[in-house]
Design a protein around this ligand. Structure first.
Ligand SMILES: Cc1cc2nc3c(=O)[nH]c(=O)nc-3n(C[C@H](O)[C@H](O)[C@H](O)COP(=O)(O)OP(=O)(O)OC[C@H]3O[C@@H](n4cnc5c(N)ncnc54)[C@H](O)[C@@H]3O)c2cc1C
Length: 383
């Protein structure tokens, strides 16, 4: 049961600041990147320079030193404009940033976390393999100790931003005789400069050509032993904790997508006239807009409740999974309805609602599919 949800004036101000940033810097460049199929590398870096990438991390590491509610608000506002950049923030703070901040050593925090939060490095998280998707513990990429080095071998797929990444957190098996207890995390800065690392291809996908989802190969890739994050064999636990943050961020992406899709279709319903009146005045359209607004608000409240709980220092595994599942399902429904409200125009690239729909689909799949998240919820029903 949600016992508390507190938002303060500073959260409102933060939302206004991020929205203003998005309207000035993000929205003007979306169309061109989408049309040309170019990844907005400069934009992603400049978000870090503006201090908006590492929101929950200390200012000493280039972050904003803010709380997880501010993080959720940040991701939501970026996704309201363009999910692609919201996703980059979420990777930086969640699955990559959290294990370094929480379990890494001082050197890793000073160099790696700072470079990620300031936008100097674009990070990526490399877990999924051709034979290991939802069953993450089934990965077969190995890291073998050889003197002062780890030697990585294996294949990864669907590594978001992998082909442009300046830093990879690679999930590896350091003990082949066990299950998830043999899994570790290894940081690989500047992977493109290391012998044996290669990008097989960027996978053409529904999100569009500006999005980068890479297939990567590691053939005897050598990194110093000091690149192990935390303790050997504890990687699976670190991922699960990182996912608590990542899922709050993915939920926030769902909320932002819904909000963006709702706003476009609401404005359109006021302006578009058929049968001599604005289409909003047809009950069939008005009810759609009412349901879209209500679902978006419910998703936002659940997402902020998860962030609020995390800000109080509690584990949020169940609530983060609930928020992720609910908010991304809502994003799919709201964006699909938004296309319907716009009719044929909604189906065209002239309006952003079909992009929101494509983006929403991805959010139901990554950070654990919504089926896997439902398993997380049902297994913790009485927590
Ligand atoms: C846009 C995008 C970005 C991604 N980014 C990254 C990234 O940065 N890094 C990374 O490592 N990975 C990334 N992924 C991969 C993502 O994490 C996996 O796709 C996801 O974990 C599911 O794995 P899979 O695709 O192999 O599906 P599978 O595991 O093969 O599942 C196929 C279907 O079966 C269902 N299913 C599987 N097991 C169960 C079960 N026990 N109960 C019920 N249903 C089940 C699934 O829910 C799904 O519907 C990304 C994927 C996408 C689409």
């Amino acid at each position: 049961m949600i016992e508390q949800l507190s938002l303060e004036e500073r959260h409102k101000r933060h939302r206004e600041r991020v929205r203003e940033y998005c309207e000035q810097h993000v929205e003007p460049v979306i169309e061109q990147h989408e049309r040309d199929g170019t990844f907005p590398e400069g934009l992603v870096r400049s978000i870090g320079e503006a201090g908006l990438t590492g929101v929950p991390y200390p200012t000493a590491h280039g972050g904003l030193g803010a709380d997880y509610r501010s993080f959720a608000i940040t991701v939501e506002e970026f996704a309201r404009s363009w999910k692609l950049v919201a996703g980059a923030i979420n990777i930086a703070c969640g699955l990559v940033g959290y294990p370094i901040a929480q379990f890494g050593n001082d050197e890793q925090r000073d160099e790696w976390l700072t470079s990620i939060c300031t936008g100097e490095w674009i990070p990526a998280f490399s877990l999924t393999e051709p034979e290991a998707g939802s069953d993450a513990a089934a990965i077969s990429t190995t890291a073998t100790r050889d003197g002062d080095e780890w030697v990585l071998n294996g294949e990864k797929i669907w590594t978001t931003h992998g082909s442009v990444a300046d830093f990879l957190t690679v999930v590896v098996r350091t003990d082949e005789t066990t299950d998830h207890r043999g899994i570790s995390l290894i940081g690989v800065p500047n992977p493109h400069e290391i012998d044996g690392f290669s990008v097989e291809r960027d996978i053409p996908c529904m999100e569009g050509a500006a999005a980068i989802e890479s297939e990567l190969r590691f053939d005897d890739v050598r990194v110093p032993v000091g690149h192990l994050i935390g303790e050997e064999g504890h990687g699976f636990r670190y991922i699960m904790e990182g996912l608590d943050i990542g899922r709050i961020g993915t939920a926030a992406q769902g909320v932002g997508i819904s909000q963006g899709a709702f706003e476009v279709s609401s404005t359109y319903a006021d302006e578009r006239e058929q049968f001599g009146q604005p289409i909003r005045d047809f009950q069939g359209i008005g009810f759609k807009l009412a349901d879209m607004a209500s679902a978006t608000e419910a998703a936002r409240l659940l997402t902020l409740a998860a962030a609020d709980q995390r800000d109080r220092g509690e584990r949020v595994t169940k609530r983060a999974a609930m928020a992720k599942t609910f908010a991304t399902d809502v994003a799919m429904e709201v964006s699909t309805e938004a296309v319907q409200v716009l009719g044929a125009r909604g189906y065209s690239h002239d309006y952003p609602v079909e992009r929101y729909m494509r983006e929403a689909k991805g959010t139901q799949i990554y950070d654990g599919t919504n089926e896997i998240n439902r398993l997380v919820i049902v297994n913790r029903m009485y927590d």
